[in-house]
Design a protein around this ligand. Structure first.
Ligand code: FAD
Length: 380
């Protein structure tokens, strides 16, 4: 067993760490308060390759392994999780279905644009279909060599800025997961509109929107995979996406631990610093231990994926543990800050809000437990 990162992995981590400290940290608080990401940050991110992480070099991607991808997401999240989510969704559930299931011709046309920073969003959730994604109702009616899409998609990350959407829709009149198809839709197409922008608790630099689809004509060539393969494609994309969410949570948790250590070292109470108090030391030790345990689970899931082995259960375990541990770490970091943790002057207040969603999206904790339990029961 080898716990060393490769030279390439270390290089990506260090490059991202420098980028995040230089370009994101100074404006993270402002982006959060204004609920907005300046365009030039996106341009710089595209220049650094953050929108080209995991797809083939022949189409403009960096062709990185999952561990490198995870380390990039962790480093971006350490400074600005609201920015990291944009790269995360774009690379995993946005680009992966195109890079894996679109025809070579569509890939050659679309992936270089995605790599250059034309963002991708992923549209599976609807008002009545979240955890139970197979309950989605968005329609895909066949019309000659086209499909006509009608419906409304909720919670679309990157939705307001995206150039592309991966949309899951079903044959009219069907239920269940077998008649769900996946499509690549361009934002500029007739009938595609951003209906609403959500005002969120955290990750406020990223946009989360409702996308309305009215009579959107999609050529057959833009169907991803075969007819009826859409749900399988979405679940595969989410399996990989969950590893990214685990790393995102770990990045936020590391920010919390760093801030807690810094604060404990300088804050004095009862004639000593907080860092001198055994109770605070124990809290820091528990935080660091949980962080490392989450990281090991996330690295194992990434390694399994890159080895071409099954990783659904391990990705679910990594997401479940890392996101729940990150929630506890954020809570303790805020506690160590006392009242100062409750005001916007200290970044821990933002981390505390940002980390909360990691237990909900790409499969809530309850759903990860279902995935893990089902896999265990199938095996026995
Ligand atoms: C900021 C943000 C970004 C998002 N980005 C995207 C995106 O880019 N694309 C996209 O398609 N979606 C996105 N989502 C949607 C997200 O994936 C869903 O919110 C999530 O899957 C949960 O669905 P829901 O909100 O409908 O909750 P529900 O499914 O209604 O669940 C509510 C609660 O019930 C629990 N629950 C549900 N079923 C069970 C069960 N069988 N057993 C036990 N407990 C259960 C859940 O775990 C949860 O705690 C995003 C959401 C947010 C808030």
């Amino acid at each position: 067993m080898d716990f060393e990162l490769t030279e390439n992995q270390r290089m990506m981590r260090d490059m991202t760490r420098d980028f995040a400290a230089r370009e994101l940290a100074p404006i993270a608080q402002e982006m959060d308060e204004e609920g907005h990401l300046p365009d030039d940050v996106l341009t710089k991110m595209a220049g650094a390759g953050f929108f080209a992480l995991s797809y083939p070099e022949k189409h403009g991607g960096l062709g990185l392994d999952t561990t490198s991808y995870g380390l990039v997401i962790e480093e971006l999240s350490r400074q600005a999780a609201g920015v990291a989510i944009m790269a995360m969704v774009h690379n995993s559930v946005g680009c992966y279905p195109v890079a894996s299931f679109a025809s070579e011709e569509v890939q050659a046309k679309v992936l270089p644009r995605m790599a250059a920073g034309e963002l991708a969003g992923f549209c599976i959730s609807e008002a009545g279909a979240g955890s139970d994604a197979a309950a989605l109702r968005c329609n895909a009616r066949r019309d000659g060599d086209h499909y006509v899409l009608d419906g409304e998609k909720m919670w679309v990350t990157n939705g307001a800025r995206a150039a592309f959407y991966v949309v899951l829709a079903r044959t009219p009149g069907t239920t269940g997961h077998r008649d769900i198809h996946a499509f690549l839709v361009e934002a500029g197409q007739d009938g595609v509109t951003v209906a609403k922008k959500e005002d969120k608790l955290g990750l406020r630099a990223s946009d989360t929107v409702v996308i309305s689809l009215e009579g959107v004509r999609v050529p057959e060539a833009h169907r991803l995979g075969d007819e009826g393969e859409g749900f399988k494609i979405a679940m595969q994309a989410l399996d990989g996406g969950r590893i990214g969410v685990a790393f995102q949570a770990l990045g936020i948790a590391r920010g919390c631990l760093d801030e807690a250590i810094g604060f404990a070292r300088q804050r004095e109470a009862f004639g000593a610093t907080l860092a001198d108090q055994p109770v605070i030391q124990h809290k820091l030790a528990d935080m660091a231990t949980e962080l490392d345990a989450g990281r090991l689970l996330a690295l194992r899931a990434a390694w399994l994926k890159d080895s071409g082995r099954p990783f659904t259960r391990e990705a679910a375990m990594a997401k479940l543990f890392a996101t729940e541990a990150a929630g506890r770490i954020a809570d303790e970091a805020l506690q160590i800050h006392g009242g100062y943790g409750y005001v916007k002057e200290y970044p821990v207040e933002r981390y505390y809000r940002d980390v909360r969603i990691t237990r909900i999206y790409e499969g809530a904790s309850e759903i990860q437990r279902l995935v893990i339990a089902r896999s265990l029961l199938r095996e026995q």
